[in-house]
Design a protein around this ligand. Structure first.
Ligand code: IPM
Ligand code: MG
Length: 370
Protein backbone atom coordinates (compact mmCIF):
# COMPACT_ATOMS: atom_id res chain seq x y z
CA UNK A 1 0.00 0.00 0.00
CA UNK A 2 1.19 3.53 -0.73
CA UNK A 3 2.04 5.46 2.37
CA UNK A 4 1.98 9.21 2.44
CA UNK A 5 3.69 10.91 5.35
CA UNK A 6 2.21 14.02 6.88
CA UNK A 7 3.96 15.92 9.63
CA UNK A 8 1.51 18.01 11.65
CA UNK A 9 2.63 21.18 13.40
CA UNK A 10 -0.53 22.67 14.94
CA UNK A 11 1.39 25.43 16.76
CA UNK A 12 -0.29 28.02 18.97
CA UNK A 13 -3.60 29.77 19.48
CA UNK A 14 -6.34 28.47 17.19
CA UNK A 15 -3.82 26.31 15.27
CA UNK A 16 -4.55 23.12 17.26
CA UNK A 17 -8.34 23.56 17.04
CA UNK A 18 -8.19 24.01 13.27
CA UNK A 19 -5.82 21.04 12.91
CA UNK A 20 -8.26 18.77 14.76
CA UNK A 21 -10.73 19.24 11.90
CA UNK A 22 -8.10 18.23 9.33
CA UNK A 23 -7.29 15.10 11.35
CA UNK A 24 -10.91 14.00 11.00
CA UNK A 25 -10.70 14.31 7.22
CA UNK A 26 -7.39 12.43 7.07
CA UNK A 27 -8.82 9.62 9.22
CA UNK A 28 -11.89 9.31 7.02
CA UNK A 29 -9.82 9.26 3.82
CA UNK A 30 -7.63 6.49 5.23
CA UNK A 31 -10.63 4.40 6.33
CA UNK A 32 -12.85 4.87 3.35
CA UNK A 33 -10.42 5.45 0.55
CA UNK A 34 -7.22 3.70 1.62
CA UNK A 35 -5.15 6.82 1.11
CA UNK A 36 -2.46 5.54 3.49
CA UNK A 37 -1.70 8.81 5.23
CA UNK A 38 0.71 8.30 8.11
CA UNK A 39 0.77 11.23 10.49
CA UNK A 40 3.26 12.34 13.08
CA UNK A 41 3.06 15.46 15.14
CA UNK A 42 5.45 18.05 16.58
CA UNK A 43 5.64 21.40 18.32
CA UNK A 44 6.33 24.79 16.78
CA UNK A 45 6.21 28.40 17.91
CA UNK A 46 5.34 29.36 21.47
CA UNK A 47 4.31 25.82 22.39
CA UNK A 48 7.75 24.58 21.33
CA UNK A 49 9.40 27.41 23.27
CA UNK A 50 7.47 26.45 26.40
CA UNK A 51 8.48 22.80 26.00
CA UNK A 52 12.19 23.22 25.21
CA UNK A 53 13.16 26.86 24.83
CA UNK A 54 13.36 27.05 21.04
CA UNK A 55 10.78 27.80 18.34
CA UNK A 56 11.23 24.32 16.85
CA UNK A 57 13.43 21.44 18.02
CA UNK A 58 16.11 19.76 15.90
CA UNK A 59 14.12 16.52 16.11
CA UNK A 60 11.01 18.15 14.70
CA UNK A 61 13.06 19.89 11.99
CA UNK A 62 14.39 16.50 10.93
CA UNK A 63 10.86 15.08 10.80
CA UNK A 64 9.68 18.05 8.72
CA UNK A 65 12.54 17.52 6.28
CA UNK A 66 11.73 13.81 5.95
CA UNK A 67 7.95 14.11 5.53
CA UNK A 68 6.13 14.18 2.20
CA UNK A 69 4.28 17.25 3.42
CA UNK A 70 4.06 19.44 6.50
CA UNK A 71 0.73 20.82 7.72
CA UNK A 72 1.23 23.94 9.79
CA UNK A 73 -1.39 25.67 11.98
CA UNK A 74 -0.34 29.05 13.34
CA UNK A 75 2.23 30.50 15.73
CA UNK A 76 2.52 33.35 18.19
CA UNK A 77 0.55 35.16 20.87
CA UNK A 78 0.97 37.81 23.57
CA UNK A 79 2.28 35.18 25.98
CA UNK A 80 5.56 35.11 24.04
CA UNK A 81 5.88 38.83 23.27
CA UNK A 82 8.85 39.09 25.61
CA UNK A 83 10.90 36.07 24.51
CA UNK A 84 14.30 36.67 22.86
CA UNK A 85 14.11 37.56 19.15
CA UNK A 86 16.00 34.39 18.05
CA UNK A 87 13.47 32.07 19.65
CA UNK A 88 10.27 34.06 19.07
CA UNK A 89 7.43 31.85 17.73
CA UNK A 90 7.76 33.15 14.15
CA UNK A 91 11.38 31.96 14.06
CA UNK A 92 10.11 28.37 13.87
CA UNK A 93 8.12 29.08 10.73
CA UNK A 94 10.93 31.07 9.12
CA UNK A 95 13.41 28.26 9.82
CA UNK A 96 11.08 25.70 8.24
CA UNK A 97 10.73 27.86 5.13
CA UNK A 98 14.48 28.41 4.87
CA UNK A 99 15.75 24.90 5.69
CA UNK A 100 13.17 23.16 3.51
CA UNK A 101 13.93 25.75 0.78
CA UNK A 102 10.26 26.51 0.28
CA UNK A 103 10.84 29.39 -2.09
CA UNK A 104 7.41 29.44 -3.74
CA UNK A 105 4.44 30.53 -1.66
CA UNK A 106 1.09 30.13 -3.38
CA UNK A 107 -1.70 32.20 -1.87
CA UNK A 108 -4.97 31.92 -3.73
CA UNK A 109 -7.63 34.53 -2.96
CA UNK A 110 -10.97 33.11 -3.96
CA UNK A 111 -14.24 34.77 -3.12
CA UNK A 112 -16.82 32.10 -2.38
CA UNK A 113 -20.09 33.33 -3.93
CA UNK A 114 -21.87 32.89 -0.59
CA UNK A 115 -19.44 35.30 1.06
CA UNK A 116 -19.34 38.18 -1.43
CA UNK A 117 -21.43 40.20 1.03
CA UNK A 118 -18.83 39.75 3.80
CA UNK A 119 -16.11 41.57 1.89
CA UNK A 120 -15.28 45.14 2.80
CA UNK A 121 -15.59 45.92 -0.93
CA UNK A 122 -18.85 46.08 -2.87
CA UNK A 123 -20.05 42.55 -3.73
CA UNK A 124 -19.86 43.21 -7.49
CA UNK A 125 -16.16 43.99 -7.17
CA UNK A 126 -15.33 40.68 -5.50
CA UNK A 127 -17.97 38.22 -6.71
CA UNK A 128 -16.17 35.45 -8.58
CA UNK A 129 -12.74 36.76 -7.55
CA UNK A 130 -10.05 34.15 -8.21
CA UNK A 131 -6.50 35.41 -8.03
CA UNK A 132 -3.29 33.66 -7.09
CA UNK A 133 -0.46 35.48 -5.37
CA UNK A 134 2.90 33.80 -5.90
CA UNK A 135 5.17 35.15 -3.19
CA UNK A 136 8.92 34.55 -3.09
CA UNK A 137 9.48 33.04 0.36
CA UNK A 138 13.14 32.35 1.12
CA UNK A 139 14.89 35.52 0.02
CA UNK A 140 14.67 39.29 0.11
CA UNK A 141 14.57 41.38 3.25
CA UNK A 142 13.33 38.48 5.38
CA UNK A 143 16.67 36.71 5.20
CA UNK A 144 19.21 39.15 3.68
CA UNK A 145 22.43 39.87 5.61
CA UNK A 146 23.40 42.01 7.39
CA UNK A 147 20.36 41.92 9.62
CA UNK A 148 21.15 43.58 12.92
CA UNK A 149 20.87 46.48 15.31
CA UNK A 150 24.19 48.29 15.59
CA UNK A 151 25.13 50.43 18.53
CA UNK A 152 26.68 53.55 17.03
CA UNK A 153 28.24 54.49 20.35
CA UNK A 154 26.83 58.03 20.35
CA UNK A 155 23.54 57.21 21.98
CA UNK A 156 22.15 56.20 18.60
CA UNK A 157 21.45 52.75 17.24
CA UNK A 158 21.02 51.64 13.65
CA UNK A 159 18.53 48.94 12.58
CA UNK A 160 19.56 47.16 9.38
CA UNK A 161 17.71 44.74 7.14
CA UNK A 162 18.99 43.86 3.71
CA UNK A 163 16.84 43.45 0.61
CA UNK A 164 18.79 41.19 -1.73
CA UNK A 165 17.86 38.99 -4.70
CA UNK A 166 20.06 36.95 -7.05
CA UNK A 167 19.08 36.16 -10.62
CA UNK A 168 18.33 32.48 -9.95
CA UNK A 169 15.91 33.32 -7.12
CA UNK A 170 13.88 35.64 -9.35
CA UNK A 171 14.01 33.25 -12.30
CA UNK A 172 12.68 30.25 -10.37
CA UNK A 173 9.80 32.12 -8.71
CA UNK A 174 8.86 33.75 -12.02
CA UNK A 175 8.87 30.32 -13.67
CA UNK A 176 6.48 28.96 -11.01
CA UNK A 177 4.15 31.91 -11.65
CA UNK A 178 4.21 31.44 -15.44
CA UNK A 179 3.66 27.67 -15.15
CA UNK A 180 0.67 28.17 -12.86
CA UNK A 181 -0.73 30.93 -15.07
CA UNK A 182 -0.86 28.43 -17.93
CA UNK A 183 -3.22 26.27 -15.84
CA UNK A 184 -5.58 29.22 -15.17
CA UNK A 185 -6.10 32.60 -16.90
CA UNK A 186 -2.67 32.68 -18.56
CA UNK A 187 -1.84 36.14 -17.21
CA UNK A 188 0.92 37.22 -14.82
CA UNK A 189 1.39 40.62 -13.20
CA UNK A 190 4.82 41.13 -11.64
CA UNK A 191 5.09 43.68 -8.83
CA UNK A 192 8.22 45.42 -7.52
CA UNK A 193 9.53 48.94 -6.82
CA UNK A 194 11.98 49.44 -9.67
CA UNK A 195 11.51 53.19 -9.32
CA UNK A 196 13.28 53.11 -5.94
CA UNK A 197 15.05 49.80 -5.45
CA UNK A 198 17.94 48.17 -7.32
CA UNK A 199 16.55 44.77 -6.40
CA UNK A 200 13.33 45.92 -8.10
CA UNK A 201 15.22 46.84 -11.29
CA UNK A 202 16.80 43.38 -11.38
CA UNK A 203 13.48 41.71 -10.53
CA UNK A 204 11.83 43.45 -13.46
CA UNK A 205 14.65 42.51 -15.87
CA UNK A 206 14.79 38.85 -14.86
CA UNK A 207 11.01 38.38 -14.98
CA UNK A 208 10.95 40.01 -18.42
CA UNK A 209 13.80 37.81 -19.68
CA UNK A 210 12.32 34.59 -18.22
CA UNK A 211 9.07 35.42 -19.95
CA UNK A 212 10.75 36.11 -23.29
CA UNK A 213 12.86 32.95 -23.14
CA UNK A 214 10.39 30.37 -21.83
CA UNK A 215 6.84 31.68 -21.53
CA UNK A 216 6.07 34.09 -24.41
CA UNK A 217 2.55 32.60 -24.65
CA UNK A 218 1.62 33.97 -21.19
CA UNK A 219 0.49 37.60 -20.96
CA UNK A 220 2.88 39.56 -18.72
CA UNK A 221 2.32 42.95 -17.09
CA UNK A 222 4.47 44.86 -14.61
CA UNK A 223 3.17 47.10 -11.85
CA UNK A 224 4.86 49.08 -9.11
CA UNK A 225 3.96 47.33 -5.89
CA UNK A 226 2.26 50.36 -4.31
CA UNK A 227 0.10 50.85 -7.39
CA UNK A 228 -0.56 47.12 -7.30
CA UNK A 229 -1.89 47.42 -3.75
CA UNK A 230 -4.14 50.23 -4.89
CA UNK A 231 -5.41 48.23 -7.89
CA UNK A 232 -6.08 45.24 -5.64
CA UNK A 233 -8.63 47.21 -3.67
CA UNK A 234 -9.91 49.21 -6.68
CA UNK A 235 -10.53 46.43 -9.19
CA UNK A 236 -9.18 43.10 -7.93
CA UNK A 237 -10.74 41.00 -10.69
CA UNK A 238 -8.28 42.45 -13.25
CA UNK A 239 -5.62 40.06 -11.88
CA UNK A 240 -4.98 36.41 -12.54
CA UNK A 241 -1.52 35.52 -11.12
CA UNK A 242 0.53 38.10 -9.22
CA UNK A 243 4.22 37.37 -8.67
CA UNK A 244 6.16 39.41 -6.15
CA UNK A 245 8.93 39.36 -3.57
CA UNK A 246 8.84 38.19 0.02
CA UNK A 247 7.89 41.43 1.77
CA UNK A 248 5.52 42.84 -0.86
CA UNK A 249 3.95 39.38 -1.05
CA UNK A 250 3.38 39.38 2.70
CA UNK A 251 1.54 42.72 2.50
CA UNK A 252 -0.34 42.16 -0.73
CA UNK A 253 -1.55 38.70 0.29
CA UNK A 254 -3.13 40.09 3.46
CA UNK A 255 -4.89 42.70 1.36
CA UNK A 256 -6.06 40.09 -1.13
CA UNK A 257 -7.18 37.82 1.69
CA UNK A 258 -9.39 40.48 3.22
CA UNK A 259 -11.07 41.12 -0.14
CA UNK A 260 -12.60 37.68 0.13
CA UNK A 261 -14.53 38.44 3.27
CA UNK A 262 -12.41 36.92 6.00
CA UNK A 263 -8.79 36.20 6.67
CA UNK A 264 -10.10 32.93 8.11
CA UNK A 265 -10.83 31.56 4.64
CA UNK A 266 -7.52 31.48 2.86
CA UNK A 267 -5.06 28.62 2.50
CA UNK A 268 -1.50 28.62 1.27
CA UNK A 269 1.10 26.24 -0.06
CA UNK A 270 4.85 26.72 0.24
CA UNK A 271 6.78 24.60 -2.21
CA UNK A 272 10.43 23.80 -2.86
CA UNK A 273 12.10 22.80 -6.11
CA UNK A 274 11.30 19.32 -7.46
CA UNK A 275 13.87 16.76 -6.31
CA UNK A 276 15.98 15.84 -9.38
CA UNK A 277 15.66 12.11 -8.60
CA UNK A 278 12.10 11.68 -7.35
CA UNK A 279 10.44 14.77 -8.85
CA UNK A 280 8.90 15.39 -5.42
CA UNK A 281 8.81 18.86 -3.92
CA UNK A 282 9.22 19.62 -0.25
CA UNK A 283 6.04 21.31 0.86
CA UNK A 284 4.36 23.03 3.77
CA UNK A 285 0.70 23.98 3.88
CA UNK A 286 -0.67 26.64 6.20
CA UNK A 287 -3.59 28.99 6.59
CA UNK A 288 -2.82 32.64 5.84
CA UNK A 289 -4.44 33.70 9.13
CA UNK A 290 -2.50 33.86 12.37
CA UNK A 291 -3.00 32.29 15.78
CA UNK A 292 -5.88 34.58 16.85
CA UNK A 293 -5.03 34.32 20.57
CA UNK A 294 -8.11 36.37 21.49
CA UNK A 295 -10.44 33.51 20.52
CA UNK A 296 -8.14 30.52 21.08
CA UNK A 297 -9.58 27.61 23.03
CA UNK A 298 -13.18 28.75 22.68
CA UNK A 299 -14.06 26.38 19.88
CA UNK A 300 -15.32 29.19 17.66
CA UNK A 301 -12.41 29.60 15.21
CA UNK A 302 -13.01 29.14 11.52
CA UNK A 303 -11.23 25.94 10.35
CA UNK A 304 -11.85 26.58 6.63
CA UNK A 305 -8.40 28.00 5.81
CA UNK A 306 -6.74 25.01 7.47
CA UNK A 307 -9.00 22.54 5.66
CA UNK A 308 -8.49 24.37 2.36
CA UNK A 309 -4.72 24.18 3.00
CA UNK A 310 -5.10 20.41 3.27
CA UNK A 311 -6.95 20.49 -0.06
CA UNK A 312 -3.91 22.24 -1.56
CA UNK A 313 -1.76 19.50 -0.02
CA UNK A 314 -3.85 16.81 -1.73
CA UNK A 315 -3.43 18.69 -5.01
CA UNK A 316 0.25 19.66 -4.96
CA UNK A 317 1.93 16.96 -2.85
CA UNK A 318 -0.14 13.87 -3.58
CA UNK A 319 -1.76 14.49 -6.94
CA UNK A 320 -5.13 13.57 -5.45
CA UNK A 321 -6.75 16.12 -7.72
CA UNK A 322 -10.29 14.72 -7.58
CA UNK A 323 -10.19 14.70 -3.78
CA UNK A 324 -8.79 18.25 -3.71
CA UNK A 325 -11.60 19.41 -6.02
CA UNK A 326 -14.20 17.65 -3.87
CA UNK A 327 -12.88 19.09 -0.63
CA UNK A 328 -12.91 22.61 -2.05
CA UNK A 329 -16.41 22.01 -3.40
CA UNK A 330 -17.47 20.73 0.03
CA UNK A 331 -16.37 24.02 1.60
CA UNK A 332 -18.30 26.03 -1.00
CA UNK A 333 -21.42 23.87 -0.53
CA UNK A 334 -21.39 24.22 3.25
CA UNK A 335 -21.17 28.00 2.89
CA UNK A 336 -23.95 27.88 0.31
CA UNK A 337 -26.13 26.13 2.91
CA UNK A 338 -25.73 29.11 5.22
CA UNK A 339 -23.49 27.41 7.78
CA UNK A 340 -21.10 29.98 9.24
CA UNK A 341 -18.51 30.44 11.95
CA UNK A 342 -18.70 33.70 13.90
CA UNK A 343 -16.14 35.55 11.76
CA UNK A 344 -18.25 35.17 8.61
CA UNK A 345 -21.69 35.14 10.20
CA UNK A 346 -24.45 36.86 8.20
CA UNK A 347 -28.15 37.49 8.79
CA UNK A 348 -30.29 34.40 8.22
CA UNK A 349 -27.35 32.01 8.51
CA UNK A 350 -26.70 29.36 11.15
CA UNK A 351 -23.78 30.08 13.47
CA UNK A 352 -21.63 27.08 14.34
CA UNK A 353 -18.36 26.42 16.15
CA UNK A 354 -15.10 24.98 14.86
CA UNK A 355 -16.00 21.31 15.27
CA UNK A 356 -19.46 21.65 13.77
CA UNK A 357 -18.02 23.46 10.74
CA UNK A 358 -15.42 20.71 10.33
CA UNK A 359 -18.09 18.01 10.62
CA UNK A 360 -20.32 19.75 8.07
CA UNK A 361 -17.45 19.96 5.57
CA UNK A 362 -16.53 16.31 6.15
CA UNK A 363 -20.15 15.21 5.65
CA UNK A 364 -20.32 17.15 2.39
CA UNK A 365 -16.93 15.78 1.29
CA UNK A 366 -18.12 12.21 1.96
CA UNK A 367 -21.27 12.82 -0.06
CA UNK A 368 -19.26 14.25 -2.97
CA UNK A 369 -16.80 11.35 -2.79
CA UNK A 370 -19.53 8.69 -2.90
C1 IPM B 1 2.80 35.22 6.77
C2 IPM B 1 3.12 35.74 8.15
C3 IPM B 1 4.59 35.50 8.43
C4 IPM B 1 5.38 36.32 7.46
C5 IPM B 1 5.01 35.77 9.88
C6 IPM B 1 4.19 34.98 10.87
C7 IPM B 1 6.47 35.52 10.09
O1 IPM B 1 2.75 37.07 8.26
O2 IPM B 1 3.02 34.02 6.54
O3 IPM B 1 2.31 35.98 5.96
O4 IPM B 1 5.66 37.51 7.68
O5 IPM B 1 5.76 35.76 6.41
MG1 MG C 1 1.71 37.82 6.55
Amino acid sequence: MTTRSLFLLPGDGIGPEAMTEVRKIVAWMNDARGTGFVTDEGLVGGSAYDAHGSAISEGDMAKALAADAVLFGAVGGPKWDGVPYEVRPEAGLLRLRKDLELFANLRPAICYPALAGASSLKPELVEGLDILIVRELTGGVYFGEPKQILDLGNGQKRGIDTQVYDTYEIERIASVAFELARTRGNRVCSMEKRNVMKSGVLWNQVVTETHRAKYPDVKLDHMLADAGGMQLVRAPKQFDVIVTDNLFGDLLSDVAAMLTGSLGMLPSASLGAPDPKTGKRKALYEPVHGSAPDIAGEGIANPIAMIASFAMCLRYSFELIGDADNLEKAIANVLEKGIRTADIMAPGCRKVGTAEMGDAILAEFRALSA
